[in-house]
Design a protein around this ligand. Structure first.
Ligand SMILES: *Cc1c(COP(=O)(O)O)cnc(C)c1O
Length: 373
């Protein structure tokens, strides 16, 4: 086995190696620091939503940082989480399952599952009396995607389902997912209040309330104030329930985004100002189609020196031969930019490697480990 070097930072690696393909840089320290921030600040159990980035180095570093639970959606994610931490609590919070998937959940020792219909509750019988969370859906504003359109039940149906969960001997819980990239704590508040109301009307004392993920990452402008969101969640839960349930959260994006930086290289600069990068929407920049492009972009020459000059917005194309492979918004580049330069995108750990393809022979390989980003 070849020993992998551990680099000081992305620029040191870029200067020495001059990679011609796009590279993801991973800092275990940045990831562990963010895990510590959640563990210290969130007033309950912190689990990690594996789908945001299921790389083994992410899962083992989260386990090392003290994350003891994982939100898993499929048997493959159960296996990945188990490999990272054989004792991990597996929360199976994809509310639509096949009987074969439930059999796998039994094999992996899932201890909690969410439901949004009676038929899905029935499918959970082989798991025995585990914790079952009723997934609530409300029409919400304030998130970039509205997950409530796909999963969850409204308050009326949630009352009946929660009673049924308790009647079947499961440990009763509720959950919701406010959406993704929610910077306003109010995205959680209405959900918590309605959950308390549902539990009261069902006459069921919730053991736990899982407030989902959706915590914002540092994309545009300022870094989000996570502690403000944590405090508000704790305060509203205490105020809304007569018996306070234990809280659980399941961040994906906010946990992992900052731990990765993407380095791309400029293949061509066109007279009309367009830039061709060696990665695009089929690679690690796939999320740019759906949520606005990061403005945390830095350009360096091949010696690692920052490029200067006035910032000019340019259309950015990816490397594949597909005309869709273009970032939806222009990106600002310094006037001195040249072909062969490196373009670094910060905060790229979430929903990048997990969605990235090898279309047309491009895409990113295994991440390069660095001390800092
Ligand atoms: C995707 C997902 C998460 C993580 O969402 P982020 O926006 O990445 O924090 C958490 N819980 C559930 C049920 C999800 O589907």
């Amino acid at each position: 086995m070849r020993a992998e070097p551990y680099w000081l930072d992305p620029l040191t690696h870029l200067r020495r190696q001059r990679p011609d393909h796009a590279v993801m840089y991973f800092s275990p320290m940045v990831l562990q620091r963010q895990a510590a921030r959640f563990l210290q600040g969130f007033p309950g159990m912190v689990t990690y939503a594996v789908k945001a980035n299921a790389r083994p180095e992410v899962l083992v570093n989260l386990a090392a940082a003290g994350i003891e639970g994982f939100d898993v959606a499929s048997p493959a994610e159960m296996e990945a989480a188990r490999q990272a931490n054989p004792q991990a609590a597996l929360h199976y919070n994809n509310p639509v399952r096949t009987p074969d998937e439930v059999a796998q959940a039994v094999r992996f020792g899932v201890c909690s599952a969410s439901v949004d219909s009676l038929s899905e509750l029935e499918k959970l019988a082989p798991l025995g009396p585990i914790e079952v969370s009723v997934r609530l859906a409300l029409p919400v504003a304030g998130a970039v995607y509205d997950f409530g359109e796909k999963f969850g039940v409204g308050p009326e149906a949630a009352v009946d389902l929660l009673r049924e969960v308790a009647a079947r001997g499961h440990s009763p819980a509720m959950t919701f997912h406010p959406g993704t990239q929610c910077s306003d704590p109010e995205a959680w508040v209405s959900y918590i209040r309605v959950a308390a109301d549902v539990a009261a009307r069902a006459g069921v004392a919730l053991k736990r309330l899982n407030v989902g993920g959706g915590f914002a990452a540092h994309r545009l402008g300022e870094a989000p104030d996570l502690e403000r969101v944590f405090d508000r969640i704790g305060q509203v839960t205490r105020a809304s329930f007569s018996t306070m349930p234990e809280l659980v959260c399941e961040p994906g994006r906010a946990m992992v985004a900052e731990a990765f930086t993407l380095a791309t290289r400029i293949k061509a600069l066109r007279p009309n100002g367009a830039v061709f990068l060696n990665d695009g929407i089929y690679g690690a920049l796939s999320e740019m189609r759906d949520i606005s492009a990061s403005d945390r972009v830095h350009v360096f020459d091949p010696q690692g020196q920052p490029r200067g000059g006035a910032m000019i917005r340019r259309v950015v194309f990816g490397p594949t031969c597909d005309s869709l492979d273009r970032l939806p918004d222009p990106v600002a580049f310094p006037a001195e930019v040249q072909e062969g330069d490196y373009v670094l995108f910060s905060g790229m750990g979430a929903y990048s490697l997990s969605i990235s393809t090898r279309f047309n022979g491009y895409g990113v390989g295994d991440p390069v480990t660095v001390a800092s980003l």
